[in-house]
Design a protein. Structure first.
Length: 553
């Protein structure tokens, strides 16, 4: 036995790169070429393999450390009498085809099979050497190789993935166009490839014996991932219920053993997803980005209180022990609204911007109009003016009239202006939508508010009356309050809260004047809207309401 320092080998351009994962623990027995850590530069991530087999005595690096070529990763107890070739207890079995074709040793210990119990090669077998190139990959051009999924000596089949490339928009795996043995790799992590780039040289069987290996070939992912011995199909189905825990620490050991590429691991870490809980749907149960996204979506849709956030559930308390109680079941609307608001609250990063509008003149005009229209049974409340002012402001700041698509990577800007209005009913909160508000007069908007509010309280709203909204207004002005923080009505990205107007002293530069001030609270999705735009939006809105002539411009 001897003790050996395992250092970072030559890793090309990677220098002082951050350790984002430690894939082994003290006490683990590892094989040469097993991955020890994953590092990440600003361009790519890669796993650093061990140069020897043995038992880990001491880890010398941790998450967040910066390492370069030569940095000591760990102290390894090495059995000098045992060669790398024979010490593998983790290596998947080598296929019969590999046994019959393997003549030279490769760097990868899992391929170093020297026994010759395989059937003899058919003498009529013919092979040719072919270049495997990048096929038509659409818009991907000069994209970076972030993973190499095969190693020299591997036997692969047509359509097996060879490399993963990543552009600024997406990543994709490039498949092989033929079956055969990888003789020489022509790309490495960090290289840029386009359609036609040569990926590898392959020995292709052109006749005689079948192309296909007699057994399932050893998984090629050994080149990028250490543990492939337990494919996902062998694992019991995993449920995301109670498992998504962005705030709870991950089970590092289980995470490290999950069968996924570095980029998927990084993605999962960003979302706080424990890969050990995710079922992989790629070849041999490999976990891809979509699997991680699907896991998150399922977890978010999971009913129940805090459980899906990884926080402790509410304890069950017998309140009757402390005094008289009455139990009332929540209405259907209460329950639906509750689920919906809860989802928005936990998935949308909210910011609320407060502002005020001087509506002294607007109110004088409204009251004057009110008197004139009273005889026709028409009533105009401040809300109609606010809706008009909001639409004018939305036109100037179109990001507020948008939604993120389901991937969260694209913004859908709406060219129509449908405004939802929160209505308080005895059964709970509902949000009917007033359509094409930009094409309606103040009187028409006022009439629709009243009709919808009545329908809502009479339980006569149809589902279609509550669909298609772009932006929601929650007006508590008729009730009271100085300010509140409304919850964004996702997938909309902003909601305006309106509180009760009141007379306030306003300094006009020479004296205080009594002015009617309207409190405004704008909550928005900070993924889509920056704080500066939030403030610009409410300032402009305030200006519109303070001088309603501006709405005509
Ligand atoms: N400041 C001062 N007074 C206001 C006001 C404001 N911001 N907004 C309305 N008012 C006045 C109205 O002018 C009216 O007074 P008059 O009868 O003297 O003219 C009175 O308050 C009642 O108005 P209203 O509430 O009936 O009408 P509206 O158009 O303002 O609102 C509706 C309609 C349906 C939005 C409202 O009735 C309602 O349901 N609001 C509650 C919304 C809610 O629950 N939001 C919370 C969601 S988050 O949990």
């Amino acid at each position: 036995m001897s003790i050996k320092e395992i250092v970072v080998p030559d890793i090309g351009d990677f220098d002082a790169v951050e350790v984002i994962e430690v894939l082994v623990a003290e006490g683990d027995t590892i094989q040469a070429e097993d991955s020890i850590v994953t590092v990440e530069s600003d361009k790519a991530s890669m796993e650093i393999p061990s140069s020897a087999s043995g038992k880990i005595l001491k880890l010398k690096v941790g998450m967040g450390d910066n390492i370069s070529e030569g940095t000591v990763l760990l102290m390894l107890e090495v059995d000098d009498s045992e060669s790398t070739e024979t010490s593998s207890d983790k290596a998947p079995a080598t296929s019969a085809t590999e046994k019959q074709t393997e003549t030279t040793k490769t760097d990868a210990p899992v391929k170093q099979e020297t026994t010759t119990d395989a059937p003899a090669t058919d003498s009529s077998s013919k092979t040719s050497i072919e270049e495997i190139i990048v096929p038509d990959i659409g818009d991907f051009d000069e994209v970076e190789v972030i993973e190499v999924l095969v190693a020299e000596g591997d036997i692969i089949e047509a359509e097996d993935s060879l490399i993963t490339v990543e552009s600024d928009k997406a990543s994709m795996e490039i498949p092989s166009s033929a079956s055969g043995k990888v003789l020489k790799l022509k790309v490495k992590i960090g290289d840029k490839v386009s359609e036609g780039s040569v990926l590898l040289m392959m020995e292709v069987n052109t006749g005689g014996i079948a192309d296909k290996p007699a057994e399932e070939p050893t998984p090629k992912e050994d080149a990028v991932k250490l543990n492939v011995s337990a494919p996902a199909e062998a694992k019991p189905s995993k449920s995301p219920v109670n498992k998504l825990s962005p705030t709870v620490h991950l089970d590092e050991k289980r995470f490290s053993k999950a069968y996924a590429s570095p980029s998927v691991r990084k993605f999962a870490r960003e979302l706080g997803v424990d890969l050990g809980e995710v079922d992989g749907t790629s070849r041999k149960g490999r976990i891809n980005k979509d699997d991680v996204k699907g896991f998150v979506k399922k977890a978010l849709n999971t009913k129940g209180s805090g459980s899906s956030l990884g926080v402790a559930p509410m304890p069950e308390i017998d309140f009757s022990k402390f005094g008289e109680i009455e139990t009332q079941s929540l209405s259907k609307i209460n329950k639906l609204t509750g689920e919906f608001l809860h989802r928005s609250w936990v998935t949308v990063p909210h910011v609320t911007q407060f502002d005020e509008a001087d509506i002294t003149e607007m109110e004088a005009f409204r009251k004057q109009m009110g008197k004139e229209m009273e005889k026709d049974g028409i009533k105009i409340t401040p809300l109609a003016f606010i809706i008009r002012a909001v639409v004018t402001t939305l036109k100037l700041y179109p990001r507020f009239n948008s939604s993120l698509d389901s991937t969260g990577e694209n913004l859908i800007l709406k060219k129509y202006f449908n405004i939802g209005v929160a209505v308080d009913t005895p059964d709970g909160l509902v949000v009917p939508v007033i359509r094409e508000v930009d094409q309606k007069s103040l009187v028409e908007i006022s009439q629709e508010i009243r009709e919808y509010a009545q329908k809502a309280r009479d339980k006569k709203l149809k589902p279609s009356d509550m669909q298609g909204g772009c932006f929601t207004i929650s007006s508590l002005g008729g009730i009271g309050g100085t300010k509140f923080t409304p919850i964004v009505n996702a997938p909309e990205v902003a909601v305006l809260g309106v509180s009760k107007s009141s007379i306030q002293p306003l300094w006009d530069g020479s004296e205080f004047k009594p002015r009617l001030m309207l409190p405004l609270s704008l909550s928005y999705d900070h993924r889509v809207i920056d704080g500066a735009d939030g403030a610009r939006f409410t300032s402009h809105l305030s200006k519109m309401l303070s001088d309603i002539r501006r709405m005509m411009v």
